[in-house]
Design a protein around this ligand. Sequence first.
Ligand SMILES: [Zn+2]
Length: 303
Amino acid sequence: MAFVVADRDGSILVSDTLPTPAGDAFAETADRIANLLNRYLDTYGKICGIGIGLPGPVDAERGIALHAANLGWEHVPVRDAISARLAKSLPIYIANDVNAGAIGEQRYGIAQGIANFVYLTIGTGVGGAVMIDNRLMRGASASEMEIGHVSLDPVNGRQCTCGGRGCLEMSVSGKAIIAHARQHLADYIDSCLSADTLSTREIIRAAEQHDPLATHVMQEAADTLGIACSWCINLFNPKLLILGGGLIHASWHLLKPRTLSTLRARCLPLNYEAATISLSQLVDGALGASALVWHHQNEGGRA
Ligand SMILES: [Zn+2]
């Protein structure tokens, strides 16, 4: 869990991390979060609100995490639990972390002044957010833009955790490139990769040194990422497509040529010409959560 205290122009006054609370009872996690927040409130007298970005769908109006699978949270009333533990009454705004990241990019990052953009984040998994005319696209059950579970090959594709097959997340993500490399280890006896040390970092490093298996895995990922980008550009006609997340930032130098050529080949010309592709700029994801405060208080926005 990452924390920042930031001012209105995005300057970070302090940042902290706490271990991710997988398996803990939520009350303990809320205690630890609130302890740190209360210390901030003591130190910085002018804090005017708290923004929280959470994985998975959230009910922003009621401040509830609906389904955060990695944390084991189902319908957890995050806002009320934190609020009850704070020494001072403050507005608390909650959003899905990818939506918070998109708001952060618009306020402080690469999307400043841009009303129509798509934000794709690719790390361990895949997430997405869509800003249309300065409004975040929101679905009927807060589960919009689940592009990671759009299937490229529903018949023969790799089994996904969602129950489907061939989902994007099983082709382009940290876990996907590891699974792909593992699947083909026996076919590439001259590869320096080994089953014991397979990690995204190892695969990227091997691809930089032109290892045949690692190169194959990264090229497939690049092609598939290009297809996913073309979906975003053809569907939403954005002015900007932002690519973020750990895998993208670690390997864009490897992915970029094939991703951009695949994307170009699959986009409608009008859509392609309107869109710029850029990497996300916000280094600290918690800054996106802090931007929720200004987004709600100044712009009357929703997230
Ligand atoms: Zn899936």
